[in-house]
Design a protein around this ligand. Structure first.
Ligand SMILES: C[S@@+](CC[C@H](N)C(=O)[O-])C[C@H]1O[C@@H](n2cnc3c(N)ncnc32)[C@H](O)[C@@H]1O
Length: 306
């Protein structure tokens, strides 16, 4: 199972209900996104009828069972229509009351430590320590924030960071849309001397602060809301942003200003067909080849003069 948490999936005593649909692989991302947009407090994906955990989500599955968690007293009335639009055809939504009010902890059973690339090791804080030699560990409790490391877009960014940040003159890094703080923490632990992590979700800022401290890099990571505090406008040699494509386009001016001339901007969170629109919104960058993972792509740009 793979998953992400939204703002409300906490340990309160509200009753919850699950909306379950089975979709074909090509509709998966759109349906996940649609559940999130409909206000799902958590979205999880499993192979149809099987909760088996995969580190590379969905790599070989033809059908997926996608589940959105909603407060039982406020399920979205138009969900079936929304999901049908997203899937490009009718979907049957199965509504299942959730008996276990400790759902927020139950999902943790599905997550364990895993490697990313050649150098990183991501471990949920509740999983036993088992660091393979030669790897840099990032320990995480995403809490209410996005960023377990299981999502392809996060891993695309982690792989870029581990390739870019080496012992010789490691760069300062801006993590725009930090979620759990996974990218900021990985950057700091790989050796970045200074990292700024920003997010417009207070739960993400809190998760990043807590996770940074737990990883012993709290001193090197400045965590803040966008546009707040001193340091804005001082451009970075490395900017990483894993956010949906329309937000990346809205933030184009800010991301451009935040990247030093000659510096690198790394974007994930977009699907292959969205790449052109994102590049067009950021004309001051020279773009390298797209780096794909499943339907997602990463864009690596170098800021030009002007
Ligand atoms: C897909 S998550 C990425 C989290 C983490 N960086 C990762 O790679 O897993 C995107 C994050 O961007 C944040 N975000 C969305 N729009 C934003 C905006 N306009 N300004 C700042 N953060 C934003 C969200 O709150 C969310 O935490």
């Amino acid at each position: 199972m793979t998953g992400r948490l939204g703002a409300a999936a906490g340990s309160d005593d509200r009753a919850w209900i699950e909306a379950r649909v089975t979709v074909e692989r090509q509709a998966l991302d759109a349906v996940e996104e649609s559940l999130a947009q409909a206000g799902a407090s958590a979205v999880t994906v499993a192979e149809g009828g099987d909760d088996r955990l995969l580190v590379e989500p969905g790599a070989a599955w033809s059908h997926h069972r996608v589940t959105g968690l909603f407060p039982a007293d406020a399920p979205p009335p138009d969900l079936e229509a929304r999901l049908a639009r997203a899937a490009g055809g009718g979907v049957g939504v199965e509504w299942i009351p959730v008996a276990d009010t400790d759902w927020a902890n139950a999902w943790k059973d599905h997550f364990s430590a895993f490697p990313v690339g050649r150098r990183l090791w991501v471990r949920p804080s509740w999983a036993p320590a088992s660091l393979p030699s030669g790897r840099v560990e990032v320990v995480l409790d995403p809490g209410m924030a996005f960023g377990t490391g299981y999502h392809a877009t996060t891993r695309l960014c982690l792989r870029w960071l581990e390739g870019r940040i080496s012992a010789d003159s490691p760069p300062a890094v801006l993590d725009y849309g930090c979620g759990s703080g996974i990218l900021a923490i990985a950057a700091a632990k790989l050796g970045a001397p200074r990292v700024v992590a920003v997010d417009n979700d207070p739960a993400a800022l809190e998760a990043t602060r807590t996770n940074a401290a737990a990883n012993g890099v709290g001193e090197r990571i400045e965590v803040r809301a966008p546009g707040a505090g001193p340091g804005d406008g001082a451009p970075f040699p490395c900017v990483v942003a894993n956010i949906l494509s329309r937000t990346l386009i809205e933030l184009a001016g800010e991301l451009t200003e935040a990247t030093a001339v000659g510096g690198e901007l790394v974007l994930a969170g977009l699907l292959g067909p969205q790449a052109d629109a994102v590049r067009q919104a950021l004309p001051r960058f020279r773009w390298g080849p797209e780096v794909p993972e499943g339907e997602w792509v990463r864009l690596d740009g170098v800021r030009q003069e002007g």
